[in-house]
Design a protein around this ligand. Structure first.
Ligand code: AMP
Ligand code: MG
Length: 301
């Protein structure tokens, strides 16, 4: 499944590709056990095959032909056998400015939008609040053959809900096991879940918030309320650490994406998606008709 179209840029990067020895799905996988986020480097470039920022656009773009091919296979399987076809869910969590939007634009943006089901979870609507918190999540799970993207997720129900005490402790405390059971069921019905925590430092968040105030083109990204969440940084880090630790299962593990460097973060999520799609080992669906007979018919048509 080599890149279909070769360009000088791509062949240059495929030379450095060889330097990546271990898959990111191993390198970035959160080990089981207690989680101390402060000990995980937000500036790491683990597994990055290039030298730095300058080769990131080419290295990321070099993934596109293969990602497109893999995604099309997934989509084709969904079309030909909706009962059996798998799906993939890329779940993005992270503090404000960690780059969920950037990942969606730069990494997920490389695949055909027709094969993507993107859901951004905001504060629940009145209707959503009338249901169990997993109701809106279940409805957004990707269909067979599709790549779902969650911009925020069920984890908000043990993050902002916990930090802002939107429900009693006893209620959110029961949610970790519930989320695990929910994810297990989704995996059993054919969804590969790639949970990405975009890990950004306190200092980097400040720099990004400041940058949003520096130019009128970025004002729209600035939300004065983000400072309230920033003021609760330690509580959020603790809530994240617990969610990561308690929901780090074999069937739906967490990946920690060092996100202080945007170029690494975008490359890393694209690479993780690529590795998981390869892992599905998808072939093209067989024809459900007599190819030779149809060729004859087309020739005569
Ligand atoms: P943004 O992603 O910047 O558009 O912001 C979405 C906002 O919705 C964030 O402040 C989230 O914390 C909030 N949010 C998402 N899910 C929930 C939830 N289940 N309960 C309360 N707030 C939520
Ligand atoms: Mg925001």
């Amino acid at each position: 499944m080599a890149a279909k179209k070769k360009s000088t840029k791509k062949s240059k990067s495929s030379g450095s590709k060889a330097r990546q020895v271990e898959p990111l799905s191993r390198l970035l996988r959160l080990p089981e056990g207690p989680v101390d986020l402060s000990s995980i480097d937000t500036r790491s470039t683990a597994g990055y095959p290039g030298t730095g920022k300058e080769d990131a656009p080419a290295l990321t773009a070099a993934l596109e032909p293969e990602l497109s091919d893999l995604q099309e296979r997934l989509y084709a399987n969904g079309r030909s056998d909706p009962e059996q076809a798998p799906s993939v869910l890329v779940l993005l969590q992270g503090m404000d400015t960690s780059g969920k939007g950037g990942v969606i634009r730069h990494a997920m943006g490389m695949v055909d939008p027709q094969g993507i089901q993107l859901t951004s979870f905001k504060q629940p609507s009145k209707e959503e609040l009338r249901h169990h918190y997993l109701w809106r999540i279940r409805r957004a799970l990707p269909d067979p053959g599709m790549i779902g993207i969650f911009d925020r997720s069920q984890y908000e129900d043990v993050l902002v809900v916990r930090v802002d005490q939107l429900v009693p402790v006893s209620e959110w405390n029961g949610r970790y096991d519930e989320i695990n059971a929910f994810e297990k069921k989704a995996v059993e019905s054919g969804t590969t879940i790639i949970k990405c925590f975009l890990h950004v430092s306190f200092e980097e968040q400040k720099a990004r918030l400041a940058a949003r105030l520096d130019s009128p083109e970025k004002y729209w990204k600035y939300n004065p309320g983000d400072l309230d969440a920033r003021a609760k940084w330690p509580a959020y880090q603790q809530a994240y650490a617990d969610a990561l630790e308690r929901c780090n299962t074999g069937y739906a593990p967490w990946f920690i994406i060092p996100s202080d460097r945007k170029w690494y973060r975008n490359w890393a999520v694209a690479q993780l998606l690529r590795e998981h799609l390869i892992g599905l080992d998808l072939s093209w669906p067989e024809a459900t008709f007599d190819v030779a007979a149809e060729k004859t018919r087309v020739a005569k048509a």
